[in-house]
Design a protein around this ligand. Structure first.
Ligand code: SF4
Length: 186
């Protein structure tokens, strides 16, 4: 009885166990009984979408719903670690204020309006083609160049190798765009 009572004091537990006070001996009973929210959930391995480091992530899900995203200890790149951005990627999918509609601000307007995706894609395609038609240069200084410098493409780090390959082929070979880069190079 007395031993049980004394054992409730972290200092006593530390002395009795000979530990350094940074482990379970320093925890309250409530803390010792806490369980990770992903306990018992299914898990899939993935890669953080935010930058070119490519840290490994474990995606925990239960009943078709995302439960949590943690660092993958088996990743030879990050060995279980995630920077603050990667550690917060759970909210990339779950945050209540996540934008899920296309926002458009007309020239000289201070207001954002929502567009459906099809309308937005048509507008982008029309403007790219119009700019290309207006600015395409076949020759420069006696050299055949076949390019336009008025349109640029900046990809995001969520694009994978295959997508970047297709973007380069489509925009460079397809319409003569030369200004093509990716956030992952920054
Ligand atoms: S954003 Fe952070 S966690 Fe994600 S890949 Fe880059 S360094 Fe790793």
């Amino acid at each position: 009885m007395l031993k049980d009572t004394l054992n409730r004091w972290p200092l006593v537990r530390q002395i009795l166990s000979g530990a350094d006070g940074t482990g379970v001996e320093a925890m309250s009973e409530r803390t010792r009984n806490l369980r990770p929210r992903h306990e018992g959930a299914e898990v899939a391995r993935s890669v953080c979408p935010y930058c070119a480091v490519g840290c490994g992530q474990l995606i925990y899900h239960r009943g078709g719903k995302l439960v949590s995203i943690e660092g993958d200890p088996d990743s030879f790149i990050s060995r279980g670690r995630l920077c603050p951005k990667g550690a917060d990627s759970f909210e990339l999918l779950t945050h209540a204020k996540r934008e899920t509609r296309v926002k458009y601000r007309r020239p000289h307007s201070a207001l954002w309006e929502e567009l459906d995706l099809e309308t937005a894609m048509d507008m982008i395609a029309d403007r790219v083609w119009e700019a290309r038609e207006r600015s395409f240069v076949e020759e420069e200084g006696g050299e055949v160049v076949m390019h336009t410098k008025t349109i640029a493409h900046l990809g995001g780090a969520t694009l994978d190798n295959e997508e970047n390959y297709l973007i380069k082929k489509l925009f460079a070979a397809g319409i003569g765009m030369v200004c093509i880069s990716n956030q992952a190079r920054i």
